[in-house]
Ligand binder design. Structure first.
Ligand code: MN
Length: 520
Protein backbone atom coordinates (compact mmCIF):
# COMPACT_ATOMS: atom_id res chain seq x y z
CA UNK A 1 0.00 0.00 0.00
CA UNK A 2 1.18 3.46 -0.88
CA UNK A 3 1.20 5.67 2.20
CA UNK A 4 0.59 8.85 0.26
CA UNK A 5 -1.62 7.52 -2.51
CA UNK A 6 -4.53 9.78 -1.56
CA UNK A 7 -2.36 12.80 -1.00
CA UNK A 8 -1.04 14.06 -4.29
CA UNK A 9 -0.27 17.69 -3.55
CA UNK A 10 3.12 19.04 -4.42
CA UNK A 11 4.38 15.94 -6.18
CA UNK A 12 5.24 17.82 -9.37
CA UNK A 13 7.92 19.86 -7.61
CA UNK A 14 10.58 17.23 -6.87
CA UNK A 15 10.64 15.75 -10.35
CA UNK A 16 14.36 15.46 -10.94
CA UNK A 17 15.31 12.49 -8.73
CA UNK A 18 18.26 10.62 -10.26
CA UNK A 19 17.78 7.00 -11.39
CA UNK A 20 20.23 5.79 -8.79
CA UNK A 21 20.74 7.60 -5.51
CA UNK A 22 24.18 6.95 -4.04
CA UNK A 23 24.86 6.99 -0.32
CA UNK A 24 28.02 8.27 1.32
CA UNK A 25 28.16 7.57 5.03
CA UNK A 26 30.34 9.85 7.11
CA UNK A 27 29.55 8.44 10.57
CA UNK A 28 33.23 7.59 10.94
CA UNK A 29 34.39 11.10 10.00
CA UNK A 30 31.82 13.87 10.48
CA UNK A 31 29.92 11.66 12.95
CA UNK A 32 33.04 11.01 14.96
CA UNK A 33 33.47 14.77 15.30
CA UNK A 34 30.51 14.64 17.73
CA UNK A 35 31.79 15.97 21.06
CA UNK A 36 32.80 13.07 23.29
CA UNK A 37 33.13 10.43 20.60
CA UNK A 38 36.43 8.81 19.82
CA UNK A 39 36.41 5.41 18.17
CA UNK A 40 39.27 2.93 18.14
CA UNK A 41 40.36 1.56 14.74
CA UNK A 42 38.81 -1.83 15.67
CA UNK A 43 35.44 -0.29 16.47
CA UNK A 44 35.57 1.81 13.32
CA UNK A 45 36.12 -1.38 11.38
CA UNK A 46 33.06 -3.02 12.99
CA UNK A 47 30.92 -0.06 11.95
CA UNK A 48 32.42 0.01 8.43
CA UNK A 49 31.64 -3.68 7.93
CA UNK A 50 28.04 -3.09 8.98
CA UNK A 51 27.75 -0.10 6.62
CA UNK A 52 29.04 -2.31 3.85
CA UNK A 53 26.35 -4.91 4.58
CA UNK A 54 23.82 -2.09 4.52
CA UNK A 55 25.07 -1.44 0.94
CA UNK A 56 26.37 2.06 1.51
CA UNK A 57 28.25 3.13 -1.65
CA UNK A 58 31.00 5.21 -0.07
CA UNK A 59 32.30 4.91 3.48
CA UNK A 60 34.16 7.98 4.66
CA UNK A 61 36.37 6.16 7.13
CA UNK A 62 38.13 9.08 8.80
CA UNK A 63 40.53 11.96 8.38
CA UNK A 64 43.90 10.36 7.60
CA UNK A 65 46.03 13.45 8.34
CA UNK A 66 44.57 14.01 11.82
CA UNK A 67 46.53 11.43 13.82
CA UNK A 68 48.40 8.15 13.62
CA UNK A 69 45.34 6.33 14.94
CA UNK A 70 43.13 7.86 12.26
CA UNK A 71 45.59 6.90 9.53
CA UNK A 72 45.66 3.37 10.91
CA UNK A 73 41.83 3.20 11.05
CA UNK A 74 41.40 4.41 7.47
CA UNK A 75 44.02 2.05 6.17
CA UNK A 76 42.61 -0.89 8.18
CA UNK A 77 39.20 -0.31 6.57
CA UNK A 78 40.69 0.31 3.11
CA UNK A 79 42.48 -3.07 3.27
CA UNK A 80 39.30 -5.10 3.95
CA UNK A 81 38.19 -5.45 0.35
CA UNK A 82 34.74 -4.09 1.16
CA UNK A 83 32.23 -3.63 -1.66
CA UNK A 84 31.94 0.03 -0.71
CA UNK A 85 34.37 2.64 -1.88
CA UNK A 86 36.52 3.80 1.06
CA UNK A 87 37.19 7.52 1.36
CA UNK A 88 39.24 9.68 3.67
CA UNK A 89 38.71 13.35 4.30
CA UNK A 90 41.60 15.74 3.75
CA UNK A 91 42.05 19.48 3.40
CA UNK A 92 43.40 21.09 0.26
CA UNK A 93 47.04 20.73 1.23
CA UNK A 94 49.80 18.46 -0.08
CA UNK A 95 50.34 17.08 3.42
CA UNK A 96 46.68 15.99 3.78
CA UNK A 97 46.53 14.50 0.29
CA UNK A 98 49.73 12.55 0.97
CA UNK A 99 48.19 11.12 4.14
CA UNK A 100 45.16 9.91 2.15
CA UNK A 101 47.46 8.35 -0.47
CA UNK A 102 49.41 6.63 2.31
CA UNK A 103 46.21 5.29 3.90
CA UNK A 104 45.31 3.32 0.79
CA UNK A 105 41.82 4.87 0.59
CA UNK A 106 40.46 5.03 -2.96
CA UNK A 107 38.95 8.44 -2.58
CA UNK A 108 39.68 11.78 -0.99
CA UNK A 109 36.86 13.93 0.30
CA UNK A 110 38.77 17.11 -0.38
CA UNK A 111 37.53 19.88 1.88
CA UNK A 112 38.01 23.37 0.47
CA UNK A 113 36.14 26.38 1.89
CA UNK A 114 34.36 28.63 -0.58
CA UNK A 115 32.57 31.27 1.51
CA UNK A 116 34.26 34.63 2.02
CA UNK A 117 33.73 34.16 5.74
CA UNK A 118 35.84 31.01 5.77
CA UNK A 119 38.35 32.16 3.14
CA UNK A 120 39.06 35.48 4.84
CA UNK A 121 38.78 34.71 8.54
CA UNK A 122 39.72 31.05 8.78
CA UNK A 123 42.34 30.74 6.06
CA UNK A 124 43.39 34.41 5.66
CA UNK A 125 43.49 33.90 1.92
CA UNK A 126 41.85 35.36 -1.19
CA UNK A 127 39.30 33.85 -3.57
CA UNK A 128 41.98 33.60 -6.27
CA UNK A 129 44.34 31.73 -3.96
CA UNK A 130 41.59 29.20 -3.19
CA UNK A 131 40.88 28.76 -6.88
CA UNK A 132 44.57 28.09 -7.52
CA UNK A 133 44.76 25.67 -4.56
CA UNK A 134 41.74 23.78 -5.94
CA UNK A 135 43.44 23.43 -9.30
CA UNK A 136 46.72 22.27 -7.75
CA UNK A 137 45.21 19.88 -5.23
CA UNK A 138 42.73 18.16 -7.56
CA UNK A 139 45.46 17.77 -10.18
CA UNK A 140 47.91 16.38 -7.60
CA UNK A 141 45.41 13.93 -6.11
CA UNK A 142 44.30 12.71 -9.54
CA UNK A 143 47.93 12.27 -10.64
CA UNK A 144 48.37 9.96 -7.63
CA UNK A 145 45.44 7.78 -8.57
CA UNK A 146 42.85 9.06 -6.10
CA UNK A 147 39.20 9.61 -6.86
CA UNK A 148 38.31 13.13 -5.79
CA UNK A 149 35.06 14.33 -4.24
CA UNK A 150 35.44 18.09 -3.79
CA UNK A 151 33.61 19.18 -0.65
CA UNK A 152 33.05 22.93 -0.79
CA UNK A 153 32.88 23.98 2.84
CA UNK A 154 30.20 26.54 3.74
CA UNK A 155 29.07 26.39 0.10
CA UNK A 156 25.53 27.47 0.91
CA UNK A 157 26.82 30.82 2.23
CA UNK A 158 29.22 31.30 -0.68
CA UNK A 159 28.81 33.60 -3.64
CA UNK A 160 27.12 31.22 -6.08
CA UNK A 161 29.05 32.32 -9.15
CA UNK A 162 32.33 31.90 -7.31
CA UNK A 163 31.29 28.44 -6.04
CA UNK A 164 30.47 27.47 -9.61
CA UNK A 165 33.89 28.71 -10.73
CA UNK A 166 35.58 26.51 -8.11
CA UNK A 167 33.58 23.45 -9.19
CA UNK A 168 34.16 24.11 -12.89
CA UNK A 169 37.89 24.52 -12.28
CA UNK A 170 37.87 21.20 -10.43
CA UNK A 171 36.01 19.64 -13.35
CA UNK A 172 38.69 20.70 -15.82
CA UNK A 173 41.25 19.06 -13.49
CA UNK A 174 39.33 15.76 -13.53
CA UNK A 175 37.35 15.86 -10.27
CA UNK A 176 35.00 12.87 -9.91
CA UNK A 177 32.23 14.40 -7.81
CA UNK A 178 31.50 17.76 -6.24
CA UNK A 179 29.58 18.34 -3.03
CA UNK A 180 28.49 21.73 -1.74
CA UNK A 181 28.37 21.48 2.06
CA UNK A 182 25.62 23.14 4.06
CA UNK A 183 28.15 23.43 6.86
CA UNK A 184 25.98 25.39 9.29
CA UNK A 185 22.64 23.94 8.23
CA UNK A 186 20.99 27.01 6.77
CA UNK A 187 19.29 25.34 3.82
CA UNK A 188 15.53 24.91 3.78
CA UNK A 189 13.79 22.57 1.34
CA UNK A 190 12.81 25.31 -1.13
CA UNK A 191 16.26 26.90 -1.03
CA UNK A 192 17.89 23.49 -1.44
CA UNK A 193 15.66 22.78 -4.43
CA UNK A 194 16.59 26.00 -6.18
CA UNK A 195 20.28 25.77 -5.29
CA UNK A 196 20.68 22.19 -6.51
CA UNK A 197 18.58 22.75 -9.64
CA UNK A 198 20.92 25.57 -10.66
CA UNK A 199 24.01 23.61 -9.72
CA UNK A 200 23.13 20.32 -11.40
CA UNK A 201 22.24 22.26 -14.56
CA UNK A 202 25.74 23.78 -14.66
CA UNK A 203 27.92 20.83 -13.57
CA UNK A 204 28.60 17.65 -15.53
CA UNK A 205 30.00 15.39 -12.77
CA UNK A 206 27.68 13.95 -10.10
CA UNK A 207 26.71 16.39 -7.35
CA UNK A 208 26.48 15.34 -3.71
CA UNK A 209 24.48 16.90 -0.87
CA UNK A 210 25.92 17.35 2.61
CA UNK A 211 23.57 18.96 5.14
CA UNK A 212 23.91 19.76 8.82
CA UNK A 213 21.02 19.81 11.23
CA UNK A 214 21.36 23.09 13.15
CA UNK A 215 17.73 24.00 12.40
CA UNK A 216 16.43 20.45 12.19
CA UNK A 217 16.17 20.78 8.40
CA UNK A 218 19.00 18.46 7.31
CA UNK A 219 16.91 15.53 6.13
CA UNK A 220 14.24 17.68 4.48
CA UNK A 221 16.84 19.74 2.63
CA UNK A 222 18.72 16.61 1.56
CA UNK A 223 15.56 15.11 0.09
CA UNK A 224 14.80 18.39 -1.71
CA UNK A 225 18.33 18.45 -3.15
CA UNK A 226 17.87 14.92 -4.50
CA UNK A 227 14.51 15.93 -5.94
CA UNK A 228 16.41 18.67 -7.75
CA UNK A 229 18.87 16.24 -9.28
CA UNK A 230 21.66 15.74 -6.73
CA UNK A 231 22.97 12.19 -6.96
CA UNK A 232 24.72 11.43 -3.73
CA UNK A 233 23.56 11.70 -0.13
CA UNK A 234 26.06 12.46 2.60
CA UNK A 235 24.76 11.48 6.02
CA UNK A 236 25.46 9.70 9.28
CA UNK A 237 23.80 6.93 11.25
CA UNK A 238 21.63 8.37 14.06
CA UNK A 239 22.38 11.82 12.63
CA UNK A 240 25.62 12.00 14.61
CA UNK A 241 27.90 14.95 13.95
CA UNK A 242 29.20 18.20 15.35
CA UNK A 243 26.71 20.47 17.12
CA UNK A 244 23.22 19.34 16.08
CA UNK A 245 24.67 16.68 13.80
CA UNK A 246 24.39 15.69 10.15
CA UNK A 247 21.45 14.45 8.09
CA UNK A 248 20.40 11.05 9.46
CA UNK A 249 20.85 8.34 6.83
CA UNK A 250 18.11 6.11 8.24
CA UNK A 251 15.57 8.94 7.99
CA UNK A 252 16.57 9.80 4.43
CA UNK A 253 16.35 6.16 3.34
CA UNK A 254 12.92 5.61 4.84
CA UNK A 255 11.60 8.94 3.52
CA UNK A 256 12.81 8.26 -0.02
CA UNK A 257 11.43 4.73 0.11
CA UNK A 258 8.07 5.37 1.72
CA UNK A 259 7.13 8.95 0.86
CA UNK A 260 8.82 9.39 -2.53
CA UNK A 261 8.67 5.77 -3.80
CA UNK A 262 12.32 5.80 -4.86
CA UNK A 263 13.95 2.49 -5.71
CA UNK A 264 16.96 2.14 -3.41
CA UNK A 265 19.59 -0.55 -3.12
CA UNK A 266 19.98 -0.07 0.65
CA UNK A 267 19.16 -3.09 2.85
CA UNK A 268 16.60 -1.23 4.94
CA UNK A 269 16.07 -4.16 7.31
CA UNK A 270 19.59 -3.62 8.65
CA UNK A 271 19.00 0.02 9.62
CA UNK A 272 17.85 -0.55 13.19
CA UNK A 273 20.68 -2.97 13.96
CA UNK A 274 23.21 -0.57 12.48
CA UNK A 275 21.83 2.25 14.61
CA UNK A 276 22.09 0.07 17.72
CA UNK A 277 25.68 -0.88 16.92
CA UNK A 278 26.67 2.75 16.40
CA UNK A 279 24.92 3.78 19.66
CA UNK A 280 26.69 1.07 21.60
CA UNK A 281 30.15 1.78 20.22
CA UNK A 282 29.90 5.57 20.47
CA UNK A 283 28.00 5.63 23.76
CA UNK A 284 25.57 8.14 22.26
CA UNK A 285 22.00 6.90 22.12
CA UNK A 286 19.37 8.68 20.05
CA UNK A 287 16.59 10.44 21.93
CA UNK A 288 13.64 8.05 22.53
CA UNK A 289 11.38 9.93 20.13
CA UNK A 290 13.96 10.03 17.33
CA UNK A 291 12.41 9.14 13.95
CA UNK A 292 12.94 5.62 12.60
CA UNK A 293 15.40 4.32 15.22
CA UNK A 294 14.41 5.93 18.55
CA UNK A 295 13.30 3.46 21.21
CA UNK A 296 9.73 4.77 21.01
CA UNK A 297 9.55 4.91 17.20
CA UNK A 298 7.50 1.71 17.13
CA UNK A 299 6.09 1.74 20.66
CA UNK A 300 2.42 2.38 21.29
CA UNK A 301 0.89 3.15 24.64
CA UNK A 302 -2.32 5.16 24.44
CA UNK A 303 -5.56 3.22 24.30
CA UNK A 304 -6.90 4.88 21.16
CA UNK A 305 -3.72 4.21 19.23
CA UNK A 306 -3.23 0.61 20.30
CA UNK A 307 -6.85 -0.22 19.54
CA UNK A 308 -6.50 1.11 16.00
CA UNK A 309 -3.09 -0.42 15.62
CA UNK A 310 -4.20 -3.88 16.68
CA UNK A 311 -7.06 -3.69 14.17
CA UNK A 312 -4.77 -2.47 11.36
CA UNK A 313 -1.16 -1.39 11.98
CA UNK A 314 -1.35 1.24 9.22
CA UNK A 315 -3.69 3.36 11.36
CA UNK A 316 -0.84 4.69 13.49
CA UNK A 317 2.24 3.06 12.01
CA UNK A 318 3.34 4.81 8.82
CA UNK A 319 6.55 2.78 8.78
CA UNK A 320 6.31 -0.97 9.27
CA UNK A 321 8.85 -1.89 11.97
CA UNK A 322 10.03 -4.84 9.85
CA UNK A 323 11.10 -2.41 7.12
CA UNK A 324 13.97 -1.25 9.32
CA UNK A 325 14.49 -4.50 11.21
CA UNK A 326 12.74 -3.39 14.39
CA UNK A 327 9.83 -4.83 16.36
CA UNK A 328 6.56 -3.23 17.41
CA UNK A 329 6.07 -2.83 21.14
CA UNK A 330 2.92 -2.10 23.04
CA UNK A 331 3.77 -0.42 26.31
CA UNK A 332 1.63 -0.51 29.42
CA UNK A 333 0.95 2.58 31.46
CA UNK A 334 -1.77 4.95 32.54
CA UNK A 335 -2.65 5.73 28.92
CA UNK A 336 -3.13 2.07 28.17
CA UNK A 337 -6.43 0.93 26.89
CA UNK A 338 -7.96 -2.45 27.54
CA UNK A 339 -6.98 -3.73 24.09
CA UNK A 340 -3.28 -3.31 24.73
CA UNK A 341 -3.33 -4.86 28.20
CA UNK A 342 -5.46 -7.75 26.94
CA UNK A 343 -3.01 -8.40 24.10
CA UNK A 344 -0.13 -8.25 26.55
CA UNK A 345 -1.75 -10.68 29.00
CA UNK A 346 -2.78 -12.95 26.16
CA UNK A 347 0.83 -13.33 25.08
CA UNK A 348 1.53 -14.76 28.55
CA UNK A 349 -1.45 -17.10 28.37
CA UNK A 350 -3.40 -15.14 30.98
CA UNK A 351 -7.14 -14.82 30.43
CA UNK A 352 -8.84 -12.86 33.22
CA UNK A 353 -12.63 -12.65 33.46
CA UNK A 354 -14.31 -9.26 33.15
CA UNK A 355 -14.17 -8.38 36.85
CA UNK A 356 -10.55 -9.42 37.19
CA UNK A 357 -9.62 -7.52 34.07
CA UNK A 358 -11.20 -4.30 35.36
CA UNK A 359 -9.21 -4.63 38.57
CA UNK A 360 -5.94 -5.28 36.68
CA UNK A 361 -6.48 -2.23 34.48
CA UNK A 362 -7.31 -0.11 37.52
CA UNK A 363 -4.10 -1.10 39.33
CA UNK A 364 -1.94 -0.49 36.25
CA UNK A 365 -3.36 3.02 35.90
CA UNK A 366 -2.82 3.71 39.61
CA UNK A 367 0.82 2.74 39.24
CA UNK A 368 1.15 5.03 36.21
CA UNK A 369 -0.55 7.88 38.09
CA UNK A 370 2.14 7.64 40.77
CA UNK A 371 4.61 8.60 38.06
CA UNK A 372 6.04 5.10 37.80
CA UNK A 373 7.18 3.50 34.58
CA UNK A 374 4.89 0.49 34.25
CA UNK A 375 6.90 -2.44 32.95
CA UNK A 376 5.66 -5.74 31.58
CA UNK A 377 6.99 -7.39 34.74
CA UNK A 378 4.65 -5.09 36.73
CA UNK A 379 1.70 -6.07 34.54
CA UNK A 380 2.45 -9.74 35.09
CA UNK A 381 2.81 -9.29 38.86
CA UNK A 382 -0.49 -7.36 39.07
CA UNK A 383 -2.35 -9.96 37.02
CA UNK A 384 -0.95 -12.79 39.12
CA UNK A 385 -1.99 -11.05 42.32
CA UNK A 386 -5.50 -10.15 41.12
CA UNK A 387 -6.16 -13.60 39.69
CA UNK A 388 -4.45 -15.58 42.45
CA UNK A 389 -2.09 -17.25 40.01
CA UNK A 390 0.92 -19.19 41.20
CA UNK A 391 3.38 -16.41 40.43
CA UNK A 392 5.94 -19.10 39.75
CA UNK A 393 9.19 -17.65 38.47
CA UNK A 394 11.11 -20.06 36.25
CA UNK A 395 14.43 -18.37 37.01
CA UNK A 396 15.60 -17.43 40.50
CA UNK A 397 18.92 -15.99 41.56
CA UNK A 398 20.63 -18.03 44.30
CA UNK A 399 24.05 -16.50 44.49
CA UNK A 400 26.36 -14.15 42.68
CA UNK A 401 29.96 -13.04 43.06
CA UNK A 402 31.76 -10.42 41.04
CA UNK A 403 35.18 -8.77 41.04
CA UNK A 404 36.77 -6.08 38.94
CA UNK A 405 37.28 -4.36 36.60
CA UNK A 406 40.32 -2.11 36.21
CA UNK A 407 43.13 -3.21 36.62
CA UNK A 408 41.83 -6.79 36.84
CA UNK A 409 39.39 -8.18 34.29
CA UNK A 410 35.82 -7.94 35.55
CA UNK A 411 34.72 -11.48 36.33
CA UNK A 412 31.45 -12.81 37.69
CA UNK A 413 29.87 -16.10 38.58
CA UNK A 414 26.21 -16.75 39.32
CA UNK A 415 24.16 -19.67 40.54
CA UNK A 416 20.57 -19.72 39.36
CA UNK A 417 17.69 -22.01 40.07
CA UNK A 418 15.99 -22.74 36.76
CA UNK A 419 12.73 -24.66 37.06
CA UNK A 420 13.97 -26.15 40.32
CA UNK A 421 17.39 -27.15 39.03
CA UNK A 422 20.73 -25.56 39.84
CA UNK A 423 22.51 -23.84 36.96
CA UNK A 424 25.82 -22.02 37.18
CA UNK A 425 27.60 -19.65 34.86
CA UNK A 426 30.84 -17.66 34.93
CA UNK A 427 31.96 -14.97 32.54
CA UNK A 428 34.12 -11.89 32.05
CA UNK A 429 33.05 -8.51 30.77
CA UNK A 430 34.08 -4.90 30.27
CA UNK A 431 32.90 -4.12 33.81
CA UNK A 432 31.09 -5.84 36.71
CA UNK A 433 27.61 -5.28 35.23
CA UNK A 434 28.58 -6.68 31.85
CA UNK A 435 30.39 -9.65 33.42
CA UNK A 436 27.44 -10.51 35.66
CA UNK A 437 24.86 -10.28 32.87
CA UNK A 438 27.11 -12.46 30.70
CA UNK A 439 27.30 -14.99 33.54
CA UNK A 440 23.49 -15.05 33.83
CA UNK A 441 23.22 -15.63 30.08
CA UNK A 442 25.73 -18.44 30.32
CA UNK A 443 23.88 -20.06 33.21
CA UNK A 444 20.74 -20.35 31.12
CA UNK A 445 23.14 -21.85 28.58
CA UNK A 446 22.10 -19.40 25.91
CA UNK A 447 19.70 -22.01 24.55
CA UNK A 448 17.00 -19.40 24.83
CA UNK A 449 17.34 -16.85 22.03
CA UNK A 450 16.75 -13.93 24.37
CA UNK A 451 18.35 -10.65 23.36
CA UNK A 452 19.04 -7.63 25.54
CA UNK A 453 17.70 -4.72 23.47
CA UNK A 454 18.09 -1.78 25.78
CA UNK A 455 19.69 -1.01 29.11
CA UNK A 456 19.03 2.24 30.99
CA UNK A 457 20.24 3.37 34.39
CA UNK A 458 18.97 6.16 36.55
CA UNK A 459 19.65 7.05 40.16
CA UNK A 460 16.47 7.96 41.97
CA UNK A 461 17.95 9.75 44.95
CA UNK A 462 20.92 12.04 45.12
CA UNK A 463 23.88 10.81 47.20
CA UNK A 464 26.30 7.90 46.99
CA UNK A 465 23.70 5.79 48.79
CA UNK A 466 21.24 6.52 45.99
CA UNK A 467 18.89 3.83 44.86
CA UNK A 468 19.67 2.82 41.33
CA UNK A 469 16.90 1.99 38.92
CA UNK A 470 17.80 -0.19 35.97
CA UNK A 471 15.29 -0.55 33.15
CA UNK A 472 15.90 -3.29 30.60
CA UNK A 473 14.14 -4.29 27.45
CA UNK A 474 14.59 -7.80 26.14
CA UNK A 475 13.37 -9.53 23.05
CA UNK A 476 12.57 -13.12 22.19
CA UNK A 477 11.14 -14.19 18.85
CA UNK A 478 9.69 -10.80 17.99
CA UNK A 479 8.22 -10.18 21.45
CA UNK A 480 9.70 -7.30 23.44
CA UNK A 481 9.16 -6.88 27.17
CA UNK A 482 10.47 -4.58 29.88
CA UNK A 483 11.38 -4.97 33.54
CA UNK A 484 13.01 -2.87 36.21
CA UNK A 485 15.43 -3.57 39.04
CA UNK A 486 15.78 -1.17 41.99
CA UNK A 487 18.63 -1.54 44.47
CA UNK A 488 21.45 0.43 46.09
CA UNK A 489 23.89 -1.61 44.04
CA UNK A 490 23.99 -1.24 40.27
CA UNK A 491 25.10 -4.82 39.60
CA UNK A 492 22.32 -6.29 41.72
CA UNK A 493 19.76 -3.94 40.19
CA UNK A 494 20.89 -4.97 36.71
CA UNK A 495 20.69 -8.68 37.47
CA UNK A 496 17.25 -8.25 39.06
CA UNK A 497 15.99 -6.44 35.99
CA UNK A 498 17.41 -8.97 33.54
CA UNK A 499 16.13 -12.02 35.42
CA UNK A 500 12.73 -10.47 35.90
CA UNK A 501 12.56 -9.65 32.20
CA UNK A 502 13.52 -13.20 31.24
CA UNK A 503 10.84 -14.51 33.59
CA UNK A 504 8.18 -12.45 31.81
CA UNK A 505 9.35 -13.79 28.45
CA UNK A 506 9.29 -17.38 29.73
CA UNK A 507 5.94 -17.18 31.50
CA UNK A 508 3.14 -18.88 29.66
CA UNK A 509 0.12 -20.00 31.64
CA UNK A 510 -1.14 -21.99 28.64
CA UNK A 511 1.63 -24.51 29.15
CA UNK A 512 0.33 -27.79 30.55
CA UNK A 513 3.42 -28.27 32.74
CA UNK A 514 2.74 -27.74 36.44
CA UNK A 515 5.24 -24.98 36.63
CA UNK A 516 3.16 -22.82 34.29
CA UNK A 517 6.17 -22.02 32.18
CA UNK A 518 7.74 -23.14 29.01
CA UNK A 519 10.73 -25.30 29.68
CA UNK A 520 14.18 -23.84 29.33
MN1 MN B 1 30.14 18.21 7.64
Amino acid sequence: MNLTSDFKWGIALFNRFPKRINFLDTTLRDGEQTPGISLTPENKLLIAQRLDELRIDVIEAGFAAVSEGELEAVSLIARQGLKAEVASAGRGTKNDIDAVIKSGAQTISMIIPTSDLHITYKLRKTRDEILKATEDCVTYAKAHGLKVDLLAEDATRSDFDYLLKVFQTAETCGVDRVTPCDTVGILTPERAYEFFTKLTDSIKVPVGVHCHNDFGMAVASTVAALGAGAQEVHGTINGLGERAGNAAIEEIVVTLHSLYQQQLHIKTELLYGTSQLVSRLTGIYPQPNKAVVGENAFTHESGIHTQGMLANPLTYEPIAPELVGCTRRIASGKHSGSHAIKANLDSMGINPDEEQFKEILQRIKELGDKGKTVTDADVLAIAEKVMGLSGFKPIKLQEMIFVGGDPVTATASVRLCINGKDACGAATGVGPVDATINAVKRAIKENEPIKLEQYNVKAITGGTDAKVEVLVRMCKGGRIVTAMGTREDIVKASVDAVISCMNVLLTDYRDENNNNTKRL
